[in-house]
Ligand binder design. Structure first.
Ligand code: DGY
Length: 330
């Protein structure tokens, strides 16, 4: 029986490569070394493959249509699947999988790290010392915002958001949240969080943390009117997806001092970062590393590979995004 082909659009550890090569014909593109493939070359490389282990690149309808009948699974090495046209995948009978769960704690840690960094002016302090400017007793230096006693507003209180809430509470923060669907009252009470409308949350919170998925509904959820609604001493923290924020509107709000600062792990036109942000001292910038602990990144790759292998060999797929495809083919 001829072996199935798999296309790996990622870096993968040697042991995993050996495991995949023992079962499949493997073609690969190392995105760490060679960058993400654009649509046309990606379509070419995916052609003929039964499975794709995918990091980062956008897989649109044209790729699913071109590989219909051959492609069976796209295993995304991320929890967010905004880089995949899932509807087109489903229409073409392709299973999409993601990596929920394994990254909840590190992303929650990073959310708090960014809250602390922007509120307590950590990056500014670091730059100050490195510039050799720390020469005298700094009593009036780099006064910053409180953490304890302040309100943290979470937009998108899912698995990660709940962990951020408990971390924030351990710092003495009050936590409110906005989700399209409110949690049941008893669950919210157990978590110690209170629901707010988006508008009320923006007006109330000193720290606004974005953790919602990127969907057509959340694209530019935070634009000029929302930024104007925020407190002038408030900070915006984005660990969700860049396009949830209208980046140019954010630059303007920061310029006009409508808000006090921002901490961004993700960008609207990633990996491009709006140059105006580089110049702003009250902005903390990190390169999409919220889940990037060594353990977590390896766990994400492993979970994605287990999804791919199960989908191609008939095992139980751990974390399907469109399970209706599985039901249809069983
Ligand atoms: C995710 O899993 O969606 C993170 O953003 C890592 O890319």
């Amino acid at each position: 029986m001829s072996r199935l082909s798999v296309f790996v659009h990622s870096w993968i550890p040697d042991e995993l490569r050996a495991r995949l090569e023992s079962r499949f014909d493997v073609d690969s593109h190392d995105v760490f070394a060679d960058g993400l493939l654009e649509s046309e070359p990606l379509k070419e490389r995916v052609g003929g493959s039964a499975g794709v282990l995918l990091l980062g690149a956008y897989v649109g309808a044209e790729i699913f249509e071109a590989s219909a009948g051959t492609l069976r699974v796209v295993a995304n090495i991320a929890v967010g699947v905004d880089n995949i046209d899932v509807d087109a995948a489903t229409r073409n009978g392709v299973l999409v999988t993601n990596t929920p769960g394994v990254l909840d704690a590190p992303v929650a840690d990073m959310s708090m790290a960014l809250v602390l960094a922007v509120g307590r002016r950590l990056a500014e302090g670091d730059r100050y010392v490195r510039a050799g400017r720390f020469r005298t007793f700094p009593f009036s230096l780099l006064w910053s915002a409180d953490i304890g006693g302040e309100t943290l507003g979470i937009i998108g209180l899912g698995r990660i958001g709940k962990r951020v809430a408990s971390r924030a509470q351990s710092f003495g923060m009050k936590v409110c949240y906005h989700n399209r669907n409110r949690l049941p009252d008893d669950e919210a009470a157990a978590l110690g969080v209170e629901w707010r409308s988006l508008s009320d949350l923006l007006a109330e919170a000193r720290y606004v943390v974005l953790l919602c998925p990127l969907t057509p509904e959340t694209h530019h959820l935070i634009g000029a009117p929302e930024l104007a609604r925020m407190r002038s001493d408030a900070f915006l923290i984005n660990v969700a997806r860049g396009p949830v924020v209208h980046e140019q509107a954010l630059v303007e709000a920061l310029r006009k001092e409508e808000i006090a600062g921002a901490a961004l792990d993700v960008y609207e036109f990633e990996p491009k970062v709006e140059p105006a942000l580089w110049e702003m001292n009250n902005v903390v910038l990190t390169p999409h590393i919220a889940s990037a602990t060594r353990t977590t990144r390896l766990a994400m790759i492993d979970l994605a590979a287990r999804n791919l292998e199960a989908a191609l060999t008939g095992g139980d797929v751990p974390t399907p995004v469109n399970p209706e495809v599985l039901r249809r083919s069983s």
